[in-house]
Design a protein around this ligand. Structure first.
Ligand SMILES: [Zn+2]
Length: 208
């Protein structure tokens, strides 16, 4: 099946729950090598006049997470914001507000992942140029994971995953706290904000 692009009419019929289900199904396609066939040149020309994406996905910078492919999405389907450690600042929040309030996307996904280098850097208290300030934004997740039972170092993959999960939860909390627009849209049922973890070894996304 060849997929062209999402239209305004199709977008307006979507609900946060149907979009969530579409992303889950898309990830099933990804892990089973059943990605939808796309004519990218046709998608490029069909989407040139406007975009009606269904979701905003905030991912880590990590090169092993090709976000559109991970959810079997094509051109014009999703907004993707990427920053090491999938944290929010006012620019990312502004981008999410644009995606949801102006462009009417229905779902925000904060996507963390196993084996995250940024999370390891925060655990190890790495200091390096501008990265220092970025890692400071992940440290609250390290601090609130101290009840973890076991080795609390970056060498323990389970601890790194626990901090990555906590970091996703805190990022969602920060979105609700720092964006009145998104908080109100969620309260009114116009959008949902959900967290998920991508497993680097399987390609599977587990929603939280
Ligand atoms: Zn990462």
């Amino acid at each position: 099946m060849v997929k062209i692009v999402l239209t305004s009419a199709e977008q307006s019929k979507l609900t946060p729950d149907t979009v969530l289900q579409m992303l889950k199904t898309g990830n099933d396609h990804f892990v089973n090598d059943k990605l939808t066939a796309r004519l990218y040149s046709a998608q490029v020309s069909a989407s040139a006049g406007g975009q009606y994406p269904k979701a905003v996905i905030l991912s880590c910078l990590d090169s092993r997470i090709p976000v559109e492919e991970v959810f079997d999405q094509g051109i014009g389907d999703v907004f993707v914001a990427r920053v090491a450690g999938n944290i929010v600042n006012e620019d990312i929040l502004g981008s999410m507000e644009f995606g949801c309030k102006v462009e009417e996307s229905k779902l925000i996904v904060v996507l963390g992942h196993t084996g995250c280098g940024a999370v390891k850097g925060a655990i190890n208290n790495v200091k390096l140029g501008n990265l220092t300030e970025l890692l400071d934004k992940i440290k609250p997740a390290v601090d609130s994971s101290q009840s973890f039972n076991g080795d609390k170092t970056s060498k323990n993959p389970d601890f790194v995953t626990a901090v990555a999960k906590k970091n996703v939860q805190l990022t969602i909390k920060n979105i609700r706290k720092q964006s009145e627009i998104l908080r109100d849209m969620e309260k009114d049922g116009e959008i949902k904000i959900v967290g998920a973890i991508y497993d680097l070894s399987t390609g599977k996304v587990t929603f939280m």
